[in-house]
Ligand binder design. Structure first.
Ligand SMILES: Cc1cc2nc3c(=O)[nH]c(=O)nc-3n(C[C@H](O)[C@H](O)[C@H](O)COP(=O)(O)O)c2cc1C
Length: 317
């Protein structure tokens, strides 16, 4: 599965991930308050298309009634899954009582899950952290509450909220949750290569794995994971020409999705991820950082990949 990633997992990126066999994608977190006010910007996050299936829409908020109403609005857009964010540690979110703050108030978390389950016919999932802090680790309790409240599955990111995105994810928490509940458990945190996915499944007994940052600039990771798990003769990672084609396609979809002005700004981070660690990419990355014209950026990119093919045709990271 592709994790919800704010500012990243928009429709074009989800379609790219699906092209490499990703089985389920999530939108980035969408504000329940924004949905209830039906602000145009919030509804943008729900943009999808028939190829973008199955799709989970994630919402965040701290009020059971508002979350239920937001879920009902999302339900009208016919998602396959409705996911509740109980893991975001970002200040702007936790100061409203939402995201990981709900791990400090499990009764409220339970009321939110129950209210949303009552409001929609779709399966409801809950994405959580290991806990707020190491000393107050309570993913097992929240997972049990979620199961009792009617959640269809839980997603466990093995970091605590106070770790933010640093340090390592503790997969043993995922194993603890798996032992504690009967509903499916999705493991998340630090899957960077196919062998990590296999190791997480083996070590934790989880039912599925969710990839976040490992897919940035490497959407073909999904293909690698499914090849490894199914024993398929690894199609290997794309060649340099193949990579360049993926980047172009992704960019073209982003242009269509957002329009030129926004797409150029939004795509720059993907370009940096796609070219990170490639030989002699420093100059290209610096130039791209300053450029504003999409056509010139594409020309620079293609020129760079032609250069790579001349000097190191076998590069694959
Ligand atoms: C840029 C960024 C944005 C994120 N946005 C969300 C989000 O909207 N909702 C959410 O539940 N988690 C969000 N996360 C957390 C990821 O979904 C995931 O749980 C976390 O990155 C750990 O997985 P990883 O080690 O595979 O990256 C975000 C993480 C990053 C790095």
């Amino acid at each position: 599965m592709l994790a919800p990633l704010a500012g990243v997992t928009d429709l074009p990126f989800r379609l790219i991930a699906r092209g490499f066999g990703c089985g389920l994608c999530f939108t980035e977190m969408v504000s329940a308050n924004g949905l209830v006010r039906e602000t145009a910007k919030t509804l943008e996050y729900l943009k999808t298309c028939p190829e973008d299936r199955p799709l989970g829409v994630q919402i965040f908020g701290a009020d059971p009634a508002v979350m239920a109403e937001a879920a009902r609005i999302v339900g009208e857009h016919d998602p396959d899954i409705l996911d509740l964010n109980m893991g975001c540690p970002v200040r702007k979110v936790v100061k409203t009582g939402a995201g990981a703050m709900l791990m400090k108030d499990l009764p409220l978390a339970g009321r939110i899950i129950a209210a949303v389950v009552r409001a929609v016919k779709k399966p409801v999932t809950v994405k959580m952290r290991a806990g707020w802090s190491r000393a107050t680790q309570n993913a097992v309790q929240l997972a049990r509450i979620a199961e009792d409240a009617g959640a269809a599955a839980v997603i466990v990111h093995g970091r605590t909220a106070d770790q933010g995105f640093s340090g390592f994810a503790d997969w043993s928490v995922i194993a603890d949750v798996k032992r504690a509940v009967g509903i499916p458990v999705v493991g998340n945190g630090d899957i960077r290569q196919p062998s990590d996915a296999q190791a997480m499944l083996k070590q934790t007994g989880c039912d599925a794995v969710m990839v976040g940052r490992g897919a940035l600039g490497h959407p073909w990771l999904f293909q690698g994971i499914s090849d490894l798990l199914t024993g398929a003769a690894g199609a290997d990672r794309p060649s340099l020409a193949g990579r360049c084609a993926v980047i172009r396609k992704h960019w073209e979809m982003e242009l269509q999705h957002l329009g030129p002005r926004q797409a150029d700004r939004s795509f720059r981070k993907h370009l940096l991820w796609y070219t990170k660690g490639l030989p002699a990419s420093g100059r290209l990355r610096e130039t791209m950082g300053k450029m504003t014209d999409a056509n010139r950026m594409i020309a620079e990119l293609e020129e760079y990949f032609r250069f790579l093919e001349r000097v190191q045709p076998e590069i694959m990271t």
